[in-house]
Design a protein around this ligand. Structure first.
Ligand code: GTP
Ligand code: MG
Length: 257
């Protein structure tokens, strides 16, 4: 018996050193790496999240991309077929937020039109309060060096330096609302809202799936319906359902178009 009801492809994008890989490791392994290597190209991880209201389980197959410009042409090729996209920035590093518009343009250009997009303001533990300042100890990555010109290495090497919030929750929320995307603040270090970010996106993907099924006159919850054939996917929606038997072959399916 499968431990998931739907399979969905996610991409994590955003500037270098904003914590994309850390978010994925928190989701899949529930741990935090203080000194991870920058991602080279793309990395993969998967995890089943449950939608609390319906109890349905979505297996999130996540492609964690390198933020570095050098890998951009490689990473863009992973956008295709993504049902969900997490655009990550650091709430303590304003340039990473200013670049969100570019990442959004990229997703809209290269991913499916129906891709559910969530803006993720990470590193909430470093400067969670709106007035700025660190709420945690000195071992964390520093992101306080305001601004353009600071390299990711510089931003993460000054242990113990003062951190300041550079993007308010309100500003990010207003941006997200204007763009019609979801929004959440997270901490890969403490785990705050990490699962919730994926749940929120999964919920949105699922509701699109149900709406598409209804438009076609199918019942998305009826396992006997044609919608639940092995590896079936709904074009433009990006959900795959396992068969009732859930063979190993079903579970390896990872490309959703
Ligand atoms: N305190 C704190 N540090 C974090 C958080 N998320 C990531 N970091 C740290 O920030 C640094 C960069 O994290 P990564 O996860 O490698 O960032 P990335 O976005 O994957 O970077 P690229 O792979 O280069 O694109 C690391 O030192 C992490 O330990 C967080 O929520 N809180
Ligand atoms: Mg990474």
């Amino acid at each position: 018996m499968s431990n998931w009801d739907y399979l969905s492809k996610f991409i994590l994008i955003g500037d270098s050193s904003v914590g994309k890989s850390s978010i994925l490791v928190r989701l899949t392994d529930d741990r935090f790496l203080t000194d991870p290597d920058p991602t080279v190209g793309v990395e993969f991880g998967s995890h089943v999240v449950e939608i609390p209201e319906t109890g349905e389980r979505i297996k999130c197959q996540c492609w964690d991309t390198a933020g570095s410009e050098a890998f951009r042409s490689i990473t863009r090729s992973y956008y295709r077929g993504a049902a969900g996209a997490l655009i990550v920035y650091s709430i303590c590093h304003r340039p990473s937020f200013l670049h969100v518009a570019d990442w959004l343009r990229d997703v809209r250009q290269h991913a499916e039109e129906s891709c559910s997009i969530i803006l993720v303001g990470n590193m909430q533990d470093l400067c969670g309060d709106e007035d700025g300042g660190s709420s945690e100890g000195p071992e964390q990555a520093d992101t306080s060096t305001s601004s353009e010109g600071s390299t990711p290495a510089q931003r993460t090497s000054k242990k113990g330096a003062q951190r300041r919030r550079e993007v308010t929750t309100e500003e990010a929320r207003t941006f997200a609302e204007r763009e019609g995307i979801m929004f959440v603040e997270t901490s890969a270090k403490t785990g705050l809202n990490v699962t919730e970010a994926f749940q929120q996106a999964a919920r949105d993907i699922h509701s699109k799936f149900v709406a598409a099924a209804a438009a076609k006159g199918n019942n998305a919850h009826d396992r006997g319906a044609g919608a639940h054939q092995q590896g079936h996917s709904r074009p433009g929606v990006g959900l795959v359902t396992p068969t009732g038997e859930d063979t190993a072959k079903d579970r390896q399916c990872c490309v959703v178009v």
